[in-house]
Write a protein that binds this ligand. Sequence first.
Ligand SMILES: [Zn+2]
Length: 145
Amino acid sequence: MEVTFGKHAGNSVEHLVVKRPDLLAQSANGQLFRLQQQARDLVARFDAKPITYACFGTCGQPATRGVVIPGLTGPAWWCDTCMAHDLDTNPVNLVSIKTYVGAVRYTKDRCGASRVPCQTLVKFFAEAKGLPKRAREPQIQQFFS
Ligand SMILES: [Zn+2]
């Protein structure tokens, strides 16, 4: 699917899903709203892909969630069974994120309007789910196929 309007014309919708989650999260109408509708299926595919990292705990199981310290966007990867912990943080303050929308919402709530934390956190999730670093269009298409 290709974007046909605005400054992102020529990019794929897939590209925007991984690189510009902030755009997909903003309230919109018209063309951008229709684009957001198209992105829904891709977001569902994104969520369906498993995290490829092992749990940070001692269980040896695959991780199923990203755990962030409020205000930061670099998650530690944990399974659902292990109790996530961080040396410097009260466990009640740790935030578990399991979905694309969860990542977007977290950055909007905790990091303010800046688009960078949103992009960064979604990028961490995409990489955890197998997207290569500095992925270009072919790798992005492959990620969603
Ligand atoms: Zn575990």
